[in-house]
Design a protein around this ligand. Structure first.
Ligand code: ASP
Length: 460
């Protein structure tokens, strides 16, 4: 049956709209125009209304404040009003008063549940932003004469599980369950950001997680493209807050995007690419305020290169655990023991640049607490008898990323020379085996300066 559904709708696009695209009635009208302008846009994912202006508050943040108030035993009246006012103003302008009634009823029913478990209560409340927005968009589409349905993630079978450590995992059967949406004849409006546990509890992804919902649906439905509509024309080669009018990226691979996201490049949720990547579904980032723009395509294989380097990014919050021991290279099992000690503390290793007699383990500073540092340093000193061991905190990682670099001689030298001419000391250099990125460790205070210096070198 499902397969026949897939035949019915050839070249289906999964189209996700972010918070700024759903921020008010004007934006939601643009969203509906975009949906209706292409018959292949069949499955729509929406975020909760985001900021209308820079000092505005996202509906998700209003809901978090509401859940916090309720969890701490307050009435939450003021917070509830702020949430309802946002939806009421949208529904009023879209002239869908009945929808506001049902949104209000649904929100009140959910928040009036007793707080049995604070984490579950928080998740259920946070999900109300996306849930209400999906109801609202499907109602408005119906009102203007198009068949549209609100799709509940529980009914559709988006099953999630919270792993130890709080990471949210998609249960594999979700993909088969969600594939059935292809059978729907009408437009399906699906709330982003949450799914359900097997026990029927709401589970939300981390912030920005509607991107993940869109990618899961695109993968489940074998979409021809996963469109991700936001408020910028393109992905840029560097953070536009650091460089004025940066170079636009028209095409980028999943691998390049992943490397850049790692170093603080914030376009899509870090985990959102994975489901699309596994099934080779291209992702198109587009601007709701400029729908005719081509946007940025994220693909498995590039068709062209506009520049040698695709993007440059920098992220603070790293530290290096450095150790050296004479003849370390001849000592069988040395690294295994070091890694075992670090694993015993539950830490994951970010990078591990090494020399003949020395190795540096790069960790996230937030996880490498002073107590863990003390225990690890003590154990490595005693159990491995190293000559020197030190910790270098306040490090930033700056990366240049580009698949074209793999076939070009001298890119690392160019980058290192530019940084040295700018007076930036390199604490470490690391190049991954794929040769699509080079990573430099610099002191945190030089992070933005290093990114700008590299941008100037490669983009002029
Ligand atoms: N509304 C959620 C947030 O603000 C999820 C999302 O927009 O993707 O993080």
């Amino acid at each position: 049956m499902r397969r026949s559904g897939v035949f019915l709708i050839k070249d289906m696009k999964v189209t996700k709209f972010g918070g700024s695209s759903c921020a008010d009635a004007t934006q939601i009208k643009k969203v509906c125009d975009i949906i209706l302008s292409d018959p292949e846009r069949r499955v729509i994912v929406v975020s909760a209304p985001g900021k209308r202006f820079s000092s505005d508050i996202k509906v998700t943040d209003l809901l978090i404040a509401l859940a916090d108030a309720k969890i701490s035993g307050q009435s939450g009246e003021k917070e509830l009003k702020a949430v309802l006012d946002r939806f009421a103003s949208i529904c009023e302008e879209l002239e869908i008063p009945d929808c506001m009634e049902s949104i209000k009823e649904n929100i009140e029913e959910s928040i009036n549940q007793p707080v049995k478990d604070a984490a579950h209560y928080m998740d259920a409340t946070k999900a109300l932003g996306e849930d209400s927005c999906a109801r609202l968009v499907s109602t408005y589409l119906t009102k203007i004469g198009h068949k549209a349905t609100y799709c509940n993630p529980k009914v559709a079978g988006l099953l999630l599980e919270t792993e130890a450590g709080g990471h949210v995992k998609i249960l594999p059967e979700s993909y088969d369950n969600l594939a059935d949406l292809a059978r729907l004849r009408e437009l399906c409006v699906f709330p982003g950001f949450f799914g359900y546990s097997k026990e029927g509890e709401i589970i939300t992804f981390s912030r920005g997680g509607s991107d993940i919902t869109g990618a899961i649906l695109a993968a489940a439905l074998h979409a021809s493209v996963y469109e991700n509509w936001t408020d910028v024309d393109n992905v840029f080669a560097v953070n536009p807050n650091l460089v004025k009018d940066p170079f636009p990226v028209t095409e980028i691979t999943y691998d390049e995007m992943r490397e850049l996201a790692y170093a603080g490049f914030q376009v899509l949720h870090e985990e959102a690419l994975y489901p699309a990547f596994v099934r080779g579904i291209p992702v198109n980032i587009k601007n709701t305020n400029n729908p005719s723009g081509k946007g940025t395509m994220i693909v498995s294989k590039r068709t062209h290169y506009d520049s040698l380097v695709t993007g440059i990014a920098g992220e603070k919050g790293f530290c290096a655990l450095n150790m050296s021991k004479y003849l370390m290279n001849r000592e069988v099992g040395f690294l295994v023991k070091v890694l075992g000690i670090i694993a015993d503390e539950g830490l994951s290793i970010e990078h591990m640049p090494s020399g003949i007699d020395s190795v540096s383990i790069i960790l996230r500073a937030a996880d490498f607490t002073p107590e863990k540092e003390r225990r690890i340093v003590q154990r490595i000193s005693l159990e491995l008898n190293v000559d020197n061991i030190s910790v270098n905190r306040d490090l930033a990682i700056v990366m240049i990323v580009g698949e074209a670099m793999a076939n070009t001689v001298g890119t690392t030298a160019r980058a290192a020379t530019a940084l040295s001419k700018a007076g930036i000391n390199l604490e470490l250099i690391n190049q991954g085996a794929s040769e699509i990125s080079v990573m430099f460790g610099v002191r945190e205070e030089y992070c933005s300066y290093a990114v700008r210096t590299l941008y100037k070198e490669f983009f002029g």
